[in-house]
Design a protein around this ligand. Structure first.
Ligand SMILES: [Cu+2]
Length: 176
């Protein structure tokens, strides 16, 4: 709504810093408005059931798969598992940047990516509070994610830190 004004040379001349202040006010207002909605959607976006499996029990682990997260890729591009198999993923962040490891079908990953984008200005390590299908890793950290694959199909593992998935930080899990 202020864009046409900002483009008018006369406006810019008269208000050299007024536009910036105005923009900052709008941003602050938008952030304030988005705040409550965001925390609401964060609750809504943390499903406790998944179409592609269930959080696994450590006692039931059939296989351990180590995966290294780097800046910005995983050292593994694809994994084959069997339906009914419980896998312990051990993810180590060897990069300097923060990374995450999320399991999901394409729709879940896209949704999660948007969530990460929405929270880009916040501490992303809280993005996964309560998420059973994701771990967030700061540089040097190693974490485990145990997952029981219940259905055949293709699942993605991905890092949804803004820009990372697009840079290729993803892989395929073929459940057969
Ligand atoms: Cu990443």
């Amino acid at each position: 709504m202020f864009a046409p004004l900002a483009h008018a040379p006369a406006f810019r001349k008269i208000w050299p810093f007024g536009v910036g202040t105005f923009a900052a006010t709008i941003l602050a207002t938008t952030a304030a408005l988005a705040g409550p909605m965001q925390s609401h959607s964060m609750e809504m976006d943390h499903p406790t059931t998944f179409a592609f499996g269930v959080p696994g029990k450590a006692a039931a682990v059939d296989r351990t798969i180590p995966i290294k997260a780097r800046d910005v890729s995983f050292d593994v591009e694809s994994v084959n598992v069997k339906a009914g198999e419980t896998v312990r993923f051990v993810i180590t962040n060897e990069g300097a940047a923060d990374h995450e490891f999320t399991l999901g079908d394409a729709a879940t990953q896209a949704e999660h990516r948007q969530e990460m984008l929405d929270m880009a200005d916040m501490d992303a390590s809280h993005a996964h509070d309560g998420d059973a299908n994701a771990v967030f890793l700061k540089s040097g950290e190693t974490k485990e994610l145990v997952w029981a694959f219940t259905k055949t199909g293709l699942i993605e593992f991905a890092c949804n830190v803004p820009g990372h998935y697009e840079a290729g930080m993803k892989g395929i899990i073929a459940v057969q």
